[in-house]
Design a protein around this ligand. Structure first.
Ligand code: AHM
Ligand code: MG
Length: 335
């Protein structure tokens, strides 16, 4: 049997051999992975662990919180606050930033996460996940403010997600391609299953919530209409559709076999740029997809170039196989 490479060993090699990551970042990523293991255990227990259902509260965006949203958020905070790698955290489930208490050593990184993405799938036993993004705390002033988090996605130093599906798989980039690790439950460790993940540049599979079709903008409607026209249409080929309603699971499929994922702006709430969050979802996923050879835009601009103005900012998202993303983006500028 081929030698098994654990996440720990992979990260040590990234640090020691390739000099790609400082030790503080390596240790931080180990802690995030450990927290994902804890969340995976809670997800696996489901009703037996009393973790299903709503918590009876709302998050800052007015969305009803599930018990697992709150549990996952707490697991990530508790695992990360005392390690000395972080200065502060921000989460989709918290109103403001969380400063590492001053009884613990302070680190130089900022961690952002969507603790449990795809919440509507929790109670129906469909894949869900955790998404995370790491930024460097800007230098030159003591303490941390919300403004310190408002950095474009191109400044990320690490990003990843952990999908809780039939397998628990952690997918990571530190800017040197994308690696995947599956949790070996008996050993309790993440084991490398693929390095240099590549997304095919072309695809015949799209992911979009079709029930919103009547609200879409013309370029998105044009793209999907052309896909639906199949072999007789301008694309000259038949397309397949998938929509899991967990961004993590949809992106994981694209990482595995290609495809395009879209959650575009639509006319339901014209003043809202999109449903998904820039800092917790679009930036980390956008970077992972780019690192695997794909592309990510909001229809007009590369996601990673967007200068955020708010922690919980929303954005239109089009990501996946490069040629398809470029096509939809081109339709937005009238090409
Ligand atoms: P969440 O972070 O509250 O779970 O919401 C984000 C999710 C994405 O994972 C998914 O792509 C999308 O919302 C599904 O939305 P819809 O139910 O409108 O299809
Ligand atoms: Mg989410």
């Amino acid at each position: 049997m081929a030698q098994r490479i654990s996440l720990t060993r992979y990260l040590v090699e990234q640090q020691r051999v390739d000099g790609l990551i400082p030790s503080q970042l390596r240790l931080l990523l180990e802690v995030v992975a450990r927290a994902c293991k804890g969340i995976s255990q809670a997800v696996n227990k489901g009703a037996l662990g009393g973790v299903l259902g709503t918590a009876g509260s709302e998050n800052v965006q007015g969305e009803v919180q599930k018990k697992l949203d709150i549990i996952a958020n707490e697991v990530l905070i508790e695992a990360n606050e005392w390690g000395g790698h972080l200065a502060a955290m921000a989460s989709e489930e918290m109103d403001g930033i969380y400063l590492v208490p001053n009884r613990y050593p302070q680190g130089e990184y900022l961690l952002l996460f969507d603790p449990l993405d795809g919440s509507s799938n929790i109670d129906v036993n469909v894949s869900i996940g955790t998404i995370f993004s790491v930024l460097k705390k800007p230098e030159g002033h003591p303490g941390v403010t919300e403004d310190d988090f408002l950095q474009p996605g191109s400044k990320q130093v690490a990003a990843g997600y952990c999908v809780y599906g039939p397998q628990t798989t952690l997918v990571l980039t530190v800017g040197d391609g994308v690696a995947m690790f599956t949790l070996d439950r008996e050993q309790g460790s993440f084991v490398l299953i693929e390095e240099n993940v590549r997304i095919p540049e072309d695809t015949k599979e799209f992911a979009i919530n079709m029930s919103n079709m009547r609200h879409w903008d013309a370029p998105v409607k044009r793209y999907i209409d052309e896909c639906l026209a199949g072999t007789e249409g301008p694309r000259g080929k038949d397309f397949n559709m998938r929509w899991i309603a967990s961004m993590v699971a949809d992106v994981h499929r694209i990482m595995t076999r290609g495809g395009i994922f879209m959650y575009p702006w639509d006319k339901r709430e014209p003043n809202k740029p999109g449903k998904l969050r820039l800092m917790y979802e679009a930036n980390p996923m956008g970077w992972l997809v780019e690192q695997a050879g794909g592309a990510a835009t909001n229809g007009r601009q590369r996601i990673l170039d967007i200068q955020p103005t708010q922690l919980h900012e929303r954005v239109s998202v089009i990501l996946g196989s490069k040629n398809e993303v470029e096509r939809v983006t081109g339709y937005h500028s009238g090409i």
